[in-house]
Design a protein around this ligand. Structure first.
Ligand code: SF4
Ligand code: SF4
Length: 81
């Protein structure tokens, strides 16, 4: 069953190290160029759809700043079953 995900990044913890950006296999993370955290970092943010909820970004984040949410998408076949 297809899975769609999204992440919530805590700007209170993110230090803009960019590890999650390089680790994301879907390339849906980047550092914000417009926002700065209270500690003075450009925080990570999502760039759009495509997140699969694989959790890799949360695992590599040294600050445990990322929470991953996964949503299973019901296929037509599954919905009609
Ligand atoms: S959960 Fe996976 S696909 Fe989604 S942003 Fe994190 S690394 Fe990328
Ligand atoms: S790995 Fe964590 S601390 Fe580093 S940029 Fe990503 S969310 Fe921020």
């Amino acid at each position: 069953m297809p899975v769609k995900g999204h992440v919530v990044i805590s700007e209170a913890y993110c230090k803009g190290c960019e590890l999650c950006v390089g680790a994301c296999p879907q390339n849906v993370l980047r550092l914000s160029t417009e926002r700065i955290t209270a500690k003075g970092y450009h925080p990570a943010e999502m760039t759009g759809d495509g997140c699969t909820g694989c959790n890799i970004c949360a695992v590599v984040c040294p600050e445990a700043a990322i929470t991953v949410y996964r949503q299973a998408l019901r296929t037509r076949a599954a919905a009609e079953a």
